[in-house]
Ligand binder design. Structure first.
Ligand code: BTN
Length: 264
């Protein structure tokens, strides 16, 4: 069931104040995945900053090969194409900066206590409000372009039982329907300057809920526990082990005590 008006390029472009991001905008009723749509457009030469949104995705993708629940039920699903000018030197920072743009937007527009679970989940309390999937294409050993896909639970009234205990939406947090167009616009407006600088500002660590928390993770095929201590300039998570040794983690799943009802 569609419980919000369909996104329209005319409405969004009227007030969008970015220079590049979203200036080429396709709002589709349905697609397999906006990431796949943007990857197809990128291969056909679409310009830097192209954005694709969809009212629903039939094959929405999450990180680590998971699916992203994408019905036409108030969710915001979109992907931004980034070419060289907007790719940070350290590619890990692409997802971290995208997470920061989302988190800043949600705090600013709705006054909610949105936080970042490293690297790029946005949570309110112990529940997830947004996920980000960045996919990069390499040419001659160098990143040529990236498709950064963002899924924000905006007006979702509820979630399937399997994820209900760890998901939330702006509607559930603010008790009001919110404008998906406004969320999209503001994320793009925050993301553009962050990518132009390309390094991680101190606000990332300030908003990162993982820091100082007990965590568990897989490292070198070993299951380990530790405490998240910091983030390196290239976006890796520093974890202190019980023996005092510090390791850096760059990918995979880091379970944070208390988030998504997890114990470590
Ligand atoms: C995650 O948390 O695992 C990442 C979820 C990313 C979902 C978004 S929705 C828009 C874009 N299209 C996709 O297929 N995935 C991303």
């Amino acid at each position: 069931m569609q419980n919000t008006e369909a996104l329209s390029p005319t409405e969004i472009l009227q007030t969008l104040s970015t220079r590049t991001l979203g200036k080429r905008l396709y709002c589709l009723p349905e697609t397999d995945s906006t990431n796949e749509e943007v990857k197809r457009l990128a291969r056909r030469g679409a310009p830097d900053g192209t954005v694709v949104t969809a009212e629903r995705q039939t094959g929405g993708k999450g990180r680590l090969g998971r699916a992203w629940h994408s019905p036409a039920d108030g969710g915001l699903y979109f992907t931004v194409l980034l070419r060289e000018a907007h790719l940070p030197q350290h590619l890990t920072n692409l997802t971290l900066l995208s997470g920061l743009a989302v988190c800043t937007t949600l705090r600013e527009l709705y006054g909610i206590d949105a936080r970042i679970k490293w690297p790029n989940d946005i949570v309110v309390g112990a529940r997830k409000l947004c996920g980000i999937l960045a996919e990069t294409d390499f040419a001659n050993g160098k990143a040529a372009w990236a498709a950064v896909g963002i899924g924000v639970n905006v007006n979702n009234p509820s979630f399937p039982e399997s994820i209900a205990f760890r998901a939330t939406s702006l509607l559930l947090e603010t008790k009001k329907q919110q404008s998906r167009a406004a969320v999209l616009q503001r994320i793009l407006e925050h993301l553009e300057p962050l990518l132009e600088v390309g390094t991680l500002p101190p606000t990332y660590a300030q908003l990162c809920v993982s820091l100082g928390k007990p965590v568990s993770f897989t490292y070198d095929r070993h299951f380990l526990k530790g405490k998240a201590k910091g983030i390196t300039p290239d976006g890796l998570l520093l974890i202190e082990l019980p023996n005092g040794r510090t390791v850096t983690v760059g990918s995979g799943e880091v379970v944070v005590q208390g988030i998504y009802a997890q114990t470590v």
